[in-house]
Design a protein around this ligand. Structure first.
Ligand SMILES: *[C@@H]1O[C@H](CO)[C@@H](O)[C@H](O)[C@H]1NC(C)=O
Length: 374
């Protein structure tokens, strides 16, 4: 009996669904009458591969250019290229492999096209000649209105358009050639999370607050209020509608792979809500998960119907101490896997993005994208 490397790899990858693999081998064995010993050996191989390939303990860094920080998002295009990251200085960078590193892909602020000081508001009294010089590498939020601060990214995989939320410029979109993004909707205090549902093209957004912006969050004693919202942008009507209000510390949302619902994390309330988009519960909300720690961001996992949730998990009551983890959960809110992310301790707002059997982790405080593999 011959079982190709490809089949083995597939069996391991299709989320380690051991039973399916065993069943498949059993069927092949039945057809070819191969010896039981050989079947045993292959089963053993797959089990071993499965155990070894599921713990994400190998870590490496994709390092950002000098003095660039804050990759709060790490997404891949439909060709699997990337990650694309939104960084604190207003750019969206694309990983070009280890020899080249990250290069400019897009930006959100039209001010970044300026070449002369006259472009700027006079009160900033800037003396450098191009905005790129001023902006690149900065993490000064005072420059946000000039440089932009893209926060979250999501591709429409049908059109290859990249949708962007920016803390100063609202919702934007840029084509696969990059460059200056086009604003689709503005006037928000702080748009934070985003997820594009590629089938309809609908864009799900989270608006952190009606009262505070990203610059308020760094002030001493700041506490998020409960005015966060889940919004939907419909590209056909170009209208934004409100789906959910009263959210406290809302992070990045995620639409389920069957498009029936969207999950919305609230890190101040330590819970995830589910807003139904289809079916008998359409337009209603329910609490999806509560005892998972403080959830920051949710992304669809490679397995259909599953998600990765970036959480801060309480590990000690007094003194209070929490650690970042990635949780893999399914549509029944069962936690299937917990992966510690020790390299992101005290780095706030993480995102966990699965791609090609690896977990890509970004953070508002890091100068790298972390890659966890087996
Ligand atoms: C989630 O996982 C649990 C445990 O494996 C399982 O019982 C449940 O059916 C799963 N739910 C879905 C929707 O797949």
């Amino acid at each position: 009996m011959y079982i190709s490397e490809e089949l083995k790899a597939n069996c391991i990858a299709i989320d380690k669904k051991i039973n399916e693999c065993l069943y498949f081998i059993y069927m092949v064995a039945m057809k070819t009458n191969c010896s039981l010993l050989l079947v045993d050996l292959i089963v053993w191989f797959l089990l071993l591969g499965n155990v070894l390939s599921n713990d994400y303990t190998t870590f490496k860094k994709l390092v950002l250019p000098p003095s660039v920080t804050g990759p709060e998002s790490a997404v891949f295009d439909r060709g699997g290229e990337g990650p694309y990251v939104a960084v604190a200085d207003g750019r969206i960078l694309k990983w070009q492999g280890p020899t080249t590193g990250f290069l400019d892909f897009a930006f959100t602020s039209p001010n970044r096209l300026c070449y002369f000081v006259s472009c700027f508001q006079p009160q900033l009294s800037l003396s450098v000649s191009t905005t790129k010089n001023i902006c690149d590498g900065t993490n000064d939020l005072k420059l946000g209105p000039i440089c932009g601060r893209p926060v979250a990214l999501s591709f429409n995989y049908k059109t290859s358009d990249l949708y962007i939320t920016d803390a100063f410029f609202g919702l934007l979109v840029v084509g696969f050639n990059g460059g200056l993004a086009t604003q689709l909707s503005g006037g928000y205090k702080y748009l934070s999370g985003i997820d594009v549902e590629s089938y309809t093209g609908n864009v799900y957004l989270t608006d952190a607050s009606l009262t505070y912006g990203i610059r308020d969050m760094t002030k001493p004693g700041f506490k998020p209020d409960s005015t966060g919202r889940l919004l939907k942008y419909d590209p056909r009507t170009q209208r934004v509608t409100v789906l959910l209000t009263g959210l406290s510390g809302v992070g990045g949302p995620s639409v389920s792979s069957d498009r029936k619902y969207v999950l919305v994390p609230e890190y101040m309330n330590n819970q995830i809500q589910r807003h139904w988009l289809q079916g008998p519960k359409k337009d209603t909300n329910e609490v999806f998960l509560t005892d998972c720690g403080s959830p920051k961001n949710i992304k669809r996992a490679a397995n259909d119907g599953e998600f990765w949730v970036a959480v801060e998990k309480l590990v000690q009551q007094s003194p209070v101490s929490s650690e970042p983890h990635g949780l893999r959960v399914n549509g029944s809110a069962t936690v299937l896997q917990t992966v510690p992310l020790p390299q992101f301790l005290n780095m706030a707002h993480n995102v966990v993005q699965e791609s090609n059997d690896a977990l890509y982790v970004g953070s508002s405080h890091s100068d790298f994208v972390g890659v966890y593999t087996n």
